[in-house]
Design a binder for this molecule. Structure first.
Ligand code: DGL
Length: 275
């Protein structure tokens, strides 16, 4: 079932997926959005495959029941651990962040050697490794678990965060990977650290943000799902309507979410998912 103005459902463990929503709003302003942040159950990055898959499938059903014609799994951990389960459970197309991120890394890397950073769970799943090796790239993955809480603390330009990033990336770009020429940001929170990370990585390194590459993948999906209608009146392309849903405090979502989205969030609806 499609409408001319689709609702795109965006799912994340919490606030971080708002970096993906931000990219989507810029690329596809003529859609409506439902954003679901599972703030009561985050972080996903330290949880098991079974738990993340169960949570993510519940969230996907919620978004479908709220009219989503397409689901974007903005959470790297949920994509890495549960994309197959979500796709099997959903009745609408599902786009994760890992394939678009790997595709972008492949197109940017000249020497086909890349470093991926993410949560403990994303790195342990080797989902990025598989996607990149399928494209004949050499990969080093590095879990950076301290970066998520530092970003949530708002320390995106803090000397402590820079020091932590130097340690992680010093290890990642060490022995055998000094010449890697791409860093893939395999976590929703890392786009907020882009400026800091540019200072920390060797100067020849390009940074691939899976939030942006996922936005481009969604554009391609929508073109298949909803071919453009000739003569569509201009007023139908007005500002997107965005509904926010969170499983924990609405107030906290508004406060923290604004940092990720880049502007204020007015209304958030609390959701209690029954397990
Ligand atoms: N959204 C998660 C990710 O992109 C980071 C936060 C969490 O661990 O839940 O991997």
């Amino acid at each position: 079932m499609t409408t001319r103005r689709p609702t795109i459902g965006v799912f994340d463990s919490g606030f971080g997926g708002l970096t993906v929503l931000k990219a989507l709003l810029e690329l596809i302003p003529d859609a409506d959005y439902a954003y679901f942040g599972d703030t009561a159950r985050l972080p996903y990055g330290s949880k098991s495959v079974e738990t993340v898959a169960r949570y993510a499938v519940e969230a996907a059903h919620f978004l479908e029941n709220n009219g989503s014609a397409l689901l974007v799994i903005a959470c790297n951990t949920a994509t890495a651990l549960a994309l197959d389960s979500i796709t099997a459970a959903a009745h609408v197309p599902v786009v994760g962040v890992i394939e678009p991120g790997a595709e972008a890394a492949d197109s940017v890397s000249k020497n086909k050697k890349v470093v991926v950073i993410g949560t403990e769970a994303t790195v342990s799943s080797h989902a990025y490794r598989k996607a990149l090796e399928a494209r004949d790239l050499h990969v080093r993955e590095k879990a950076c678990p301290l970066l998520v809480p530092l970003v949530e603390e708002g320390w995106v330009e803090h000397p402590v965060t820079e020091q932590v990033a130097r340690i992680y990336l010093g290890e990642a770009f060490g022995e055998g990977f000094q010449d890697a020429d791409v860093l893939v940001l395999g976590c929703t929170h890392y786009p907020l650290l882009k400026a800091l990370l540019h200072r920390v990585v060797p100067p020849h390194v390009s940074i691939v943000d899976s939030a942006e590459s996922t936005g481009r993948a969604v554009v391609a999906h929508l073109e298949n799902l909803l071919p453009p209608t000739p003569g569509m009146p201009e007023e139908r392309r007005a500002r997107p309507r965005v509904r926010f849903f969170a499983t924990d405090s609405e107030d906290k979502f508004r406060r923290l979410g604004a940092r990720f989205l880049g502007h204020a969030i007015d209304a958030v609806q609390h959701v209690d998912l029954k397990e």
